[in-house]
Design a protein around this ligand. Structure first.
Ligand SMILES: Nc1ncnc2c1ncn2[C@@H]1O[C@H](COP(=O)(O)OP(=O)(O)OP(=O)(O)O)[C@@H](O)[C@H]1O
Ligand SMILES: [Mg+2]
Length: 222
């Protein structure tokens, strides 16, 4: 059943040369579900996230994202689809250092045919929602780690995606700030029904998810 749920990957395999990184992984996420992905370093978590979000193509297998079979899409089609339907959050924030907080948030909207003032408005609303209304004009270098990650979350949300992919979003933060970021993600999940697929090393955070998926050596084990 590839089209049920918001996200479904079936029998995903990925090899780099002779290295088989994913050995046939199937994973589905329901609308509004919060799933945490855990497992040892190098077991293939980031690779799986890249395949499921359409950043990379599997060597074999299929991915359906928000009702669209993305495995057969062209690169251009996929880039457009991702920009409009998917949010990403990374460990290293990935903000553009020369753009202000609101400009970073508005970035996914730049290529769209939305008037500039409206783009700014939407970015500002997102920042307000994340309690950063007082930091909209700051450059990333003037923000704390937790603030940077909140800007990154605002950017991930600005397209109003039904699913967000997060790869160790708390990995560069102290535990209190990491906990605060986790609360924000849980609130977005609870209140707005955004589905979340999050990789984390932290057991305390992982156990707060609706479901825990454990990987080992390129396979799902639990
Ligand atoms: N582009 C690539 N080319 C070659 N090998 C790669 C590439 N990307 C990942 N790998 C290898 O695939 C394996 C899985 O990597 P991946 O980044 O998915 O692990 P991970 O579970 O996210 O680890 P970590 O917890 O350290 O982030 C590793 O052995 C890695 O070296
Ligand atoms: Mg990783």
């Amino acid at each position: 059943m590839i089209n049920s749920g918001i996200l479904s990957g079936v029998d995903l395999r990925k090899s780099y040369g002779s290295l088989e990184v994913l050995k046939g992984v199937s994973l589905a996420v329901d609308p509004g579900e919060f799933v945490c992905l855990v497992g040892k370093s190098g077991c293939g978590k980031t690779t799986l996230l890249s395949l499921l979000s359409g950043l990379e193509k599997p060597t074999q297998g299929r991915v359906s994202l928000d009702g669209k079979e993305i495995t057969s899409s062209s690169e251009d089609e996929l880039a457009l689809f991702r920009r409009e339907n998917v949010g990403f959050i990374f460990q290293s924030f990935n903000l553009i250092p020369t753009l202000s907080a609101w400009e970073n948030v508005a970035l996914p909207l730049f290529p769209m045919k939305i008037p500039q003032e409206q783009q700014r408005q939407r970015a500002m609303e997102m920042l307000e929602k994340l309690e950063l209304g007082h930091r909209t004009g700051h450059l990333p270098s003037a923000l704390s780690g937790g603030e940077k990650q909140r800007v990154a979350i605002a950017r991930a949300l600005v397209n109003r995606p039904k699913i967000i992919f997060a790869d160790e979003p708390t990995g560069n933060l102290d535990s209190a700030t990491g906990e605060a970021i986790m609360s924000i993600l849980r609130r977005l999940n609870d209140e707005d029904g955004v589905a979340i697929l999050m990789v984390t090393h932290e057991a305390d955070l992982a156990k707060q998810a609706d479901r825990l998926v454990r990987m080992k050596d390129g396979e799902i084990v639990a």
